[in-house]
Design a protein around this ligand. Structure first.
Ligand SMILES: [Zn+2]
Length: 243
């Protein structure tokens, strides 16, 4: 009797197990069927996150990370940056269409007492000349094209020296007839010749080639011009205290 009772029970249980297994199998199959979409996007994004601070080779724009994956870097960069030396009296935090978050100026365009530049004949008191604007921000902060433009080929006139970091690049805006330099970037999401639209993610901030921590070196030059032709980037960077 017990045997007869237990038999159907165990049969039922094994039936249940089989059913459960089949259901699980079906779920796995369904998930696997869904996977090619998200997985193709997710895997490179993780790789991107890991390599963001080492500035490895660029990835195609289509694999650019989602805004969510960089929320942490952007949030963190809202806070005062520790361990940096600021060579400006201005302690306010600014928004800009060129980067995510709100950040402080670190070194202004023009004559500066920051010790990283050789004394310039343009400046008094042995001060050096800084050809761009440095904005302090956490490594990994997203950088955008604030204006539409074409990514300039690295070897074309006005090519960037090593002081800008290995992955620095220029974005050419034809309306202004200017090249905008993104210095000290780590990860770059665009290729030479790419046309980018306003608001497109182009790179992540880093300290690549910089002696003083993660920041964006933002520089504006005449088209094809060199660093000594750089102009005050104030109107192009368009820093704002409110969004
Ligand atoms: Zn700089």
């Amino acid at each position: 009797m017990l045997h007869k009772i237990s038999e159907p029970i165990s049969a039922t249980m094994s039936e249940m197990t089989r059913t459960t297994a089949m259901t699980l199998g079906l779920l796995v199959t369904m998930l696997a069927a869904c996977a090619p979409g998200p997985m193709l996007v997710t895997a490179p994004v993780l790789r991107t996150e890991e390599s963001a601070f080492t500035g490895t080779a660029s990835v195609p724009t289509s694999l650019a990370p989602s805004s969510r994956s960089h929320a942490r870097a952007d949030e963190r960069s809202d806070e005062p940056d520790r361990g940096r030396r600021f060579w400006v009296a201005d302690k306010r935090f600014y928004f800009s269409k060129w980067y995510a978050g709100k950040h402080r100026k670190m070194i202004n365009f023009g004559c500066t007492r920051a010790p990283y530049y050789a004394p310039s004949p343009l400046c008094s008191d042995d001060r050096g000349f800084h050809h761009g604007l440095d904005v302090a921000m956490a490594c990994g902060t997203r950088l955008f094209a604030g204006l539409r433009g074409t990514v300039v080929r690295p070897k074309s006139p006005g090519s960037l020296g090593s002081a800008y970091g290995r992955f620095a690049f220029r974005l050419r805006n034809h309306r202004l007839d200017r090249d905008i330099v993104f210095g000290h970037v780590g990860k770059v999401y665009v290729q030479p010749g790419d046309r980018v639209g306003r608001g497109d993610l182009v790179a992540l901030a880093s300290d690549e080639g910089a002696p003083d921590g993660c920041h964006l070196h933002f520089e504006v030059r005449p088209k094809g011009g060199s660093y000594d032709q750089a102009v005050n980037p104030r109107s192009v960077v368009d820093l704002r205290l409110r969004r």
